[in-house]
Design a protein around this ligand. Structure first.
Ligand code: GLN
Length: 512
């Protein structure tokens, strides 16, 4: 790990925990989020935040923390559940309230000079979301702010603070200010988490870790693995070998483009595996989406394993690099704060036991937008760092029903036209994900007085923030018309184009 002072957010399961970490990083202070606090690694910790959470502190299996956290002399800020936990662990009392308090409330400050409340007006709007409340103050604590109906903020003389509301959400008007006060006035944090520092430090760290050993990385062409590859390459040059599997189910000319791009711009050492025929023969006769996904996933692992053992055998490869990012890390931690099961992201879908690699995951501290910034900073173009996501099974699930070479080719051509036009008209970056799906339906058309009987292409474009819900993009009619004409005229095999106007839910983004 880098030696950098940090704020640690202990996640008690709140839906806003990640937002707390984001807010702090936006303030250029390094921040980590954990489900279990590590009392053995305190050296760089300058502040601790207890997040909110769905549980109630007085319940038997409620997540908690060892009381000795209050004896470390490190400033603590508890948010909602966090405030309740501070109270519970310090001889105060928390009970279910008669009425739950949810939504906007007005914060009234009682202790104007408190360092947590500097530059916060005497009255401001905040966001509440709780069922429980303090019924007895914790020992040594006092109320520093309130609302009409509840205790809103507490503090003791030992730099421990609690907020009943959520300062991290934008509805809390001066919430950001209070977080800033905590990390700068109270924890004395310094602004040093900037992307250029990150890149330099990582490069140094990768060199130290890897030494003269060899590293292998599965390059998919997606943002995370591409940025990881370029960063590691900057650090150790051709000690890194990237394996790029062409499944035959990639976008139009994608395999060549990825290969040539990284070869000529970053001089990456890439082994390209042409496995298209293998994938297609395994998919023959299969039309059920889940079955297709499984086959593609399994085949991918097999191809990757074969390459890994070839490389490992011949070249003394000791590390497997992955583009794991921070949300992946958080996801793989256990939800019970007590059990400490950090499932390491095991090798790209299960390499054989005997083939042990050490993992190298240089982006594991970063959120997606930070990964993009790193890419940009290293000179990677917009077209790569801001690409739309592409599903693992690729066009295998965008050719609806059985996948054949002919259908993949038709789809690739149509998709290329759509994406190209989006880029030409400056629409690509205004939508979240756009693609074409080839339907297993043939319909009648007429071209040059001749009857045609060909496939239907469905174009889809969605707008979304988190891909959990999405709405269809309201692309201009003239644009859709142009794309439709172009596809029908240029792609032989398609004589009809439809635009998908379904939202998620009830539909999904991909069709299969
Ligand atoms: N579950 C606790 C309550 O209902 C804490 C809620 C929270 O952290 N948002 O009061």
């Amino acid at each position: 790990m880098l030696k950098r002072k940090k704020i640690v957010v202990i996640d008690f399961g709140s839906q806003y925990s990640q937002i707390i970490a984001r807010r702090i990083r936006e303030m250029e202070v390094y921040c980590e989020m954990v489900r279990e606090f590590d009392f053995n690694n305190l050296e760089d910790v300058i502040g601790i935040i207890f997040s909110g959470g769905p549980s109630s502190v007085y319940l038997e299996n409620a997540p908690t923390i060892d009381k000795k956290v209050f004896e470390l002399g490190i400033p603590i800020l508890g948010i909602c559940y966090g405030l309740q936990l501070i109270t519970h662990l310090n001889e105060g009392k928390v009970e279910a309230a008669q009425e739950r308090e949810f939504g906007r409330a007005v914060l009234q400050i009682l202790e104007k000079e408190n360092p947590l409340l500097v530059d916060v007006p005497m009255e401001s709007n905040i966001w509440m979301s709780h069922n429980d409340h303090i019924t007895e103050m914790a020992k040594g604590f006092r109320i520093i702010a309130k609302t009409d109906s509840s205790i809103a903020a507490i503090a003791n003389n030992n730099n421990v603070y609690g907020l009943q509301f959520h300062p991290e959400v934008s509805h809390s008007e001066f919430g950001k200010k209070m977080i800033e006060n905590f990390i700068f006035n109270i924890c004395k944090a310094e602004k040093n988490f900037v992307i250029t520092n990150f890149i330099e430090e990582k490069i140094k760290q990768i060199r130290e870790t890897v030494g003269d050993k060899k590293v292998m990385l599965g390059l998919s062409g997606g943002v995370d693995s591409s940025v990881a590859a370029v960063l590691i390459n900057k650090a150790i040059g051709d000690q890194l070998t990237c394996v790029f599997v062409d499944t035959g189910l990639l976008r139009y000319d994608e395999a060549n483009r990825v290969y040539n791009y990284y070869k000529s711009n970053f001089n990456l050492n890439i082994v390209k595996v042409d496995a298209g025929d293998r994938f297609l023969s395994k998919l023959k006769g299969v039309d059920e989406p889940e079955a297709k996904r499984k086959i593609i996933g399994k085949e991918f692992v097999e191809v990757f394993n074969e390459e890994a053992s070839k490389l490992k055998g011949g070249k003394d490869v000791e590390f497997l690099a992955q583009g794991t990012i921070y949300p992946d890390v958080i996801e793989s931690q256990s939800v019970e704060g007590v059990s400490h099961t950090i499932k390491s992201h095991h090798n790209v879908g299960g390499l054989p036991e005997e083939m042990t690699f050490k993992l190298l995951e240089p982006l594991r501290e970063l959120f997606k937008d930070e990964v993009r910034q790193v890419g940009k900073e290293m000179g990677m173009p917009e077209s790569i760092v801001n690409r739309h996501p592409f599903p693992g099974p690729g066009l295998g699930i965008r050719v609806i029903g059985e996948v054949t070479k002919e259908k993949v080719k038709i789809l690739q051509e149509a998709d290329e036209i759509f994406i190209d036009e989006l880029i030409n008209d400056d629409l690509y970056h205004t939508v979240s994900q756009a693609f074409v799906t080839l339907l297993p339906v043939k319909t009648v058309g007429v071209m040059g007085d001749v009857r045609t009987y060909e496939y239907v292409a469905a174009i889809r474009s969605v707008d979304t923030i988190d891909f959990m819900t999405a709405t269809w993009s309201k692309l201009p009619y003239e644009f859709l018309e142009k794309v439709s004409n172009k596809i029908v005229n240029k792609v032989s095999g398609i004589n009809r184009v439809v635009y998908d106007i379904s939202s998620k839910p009830a539909s999904t983004i991909e069709w299969e």
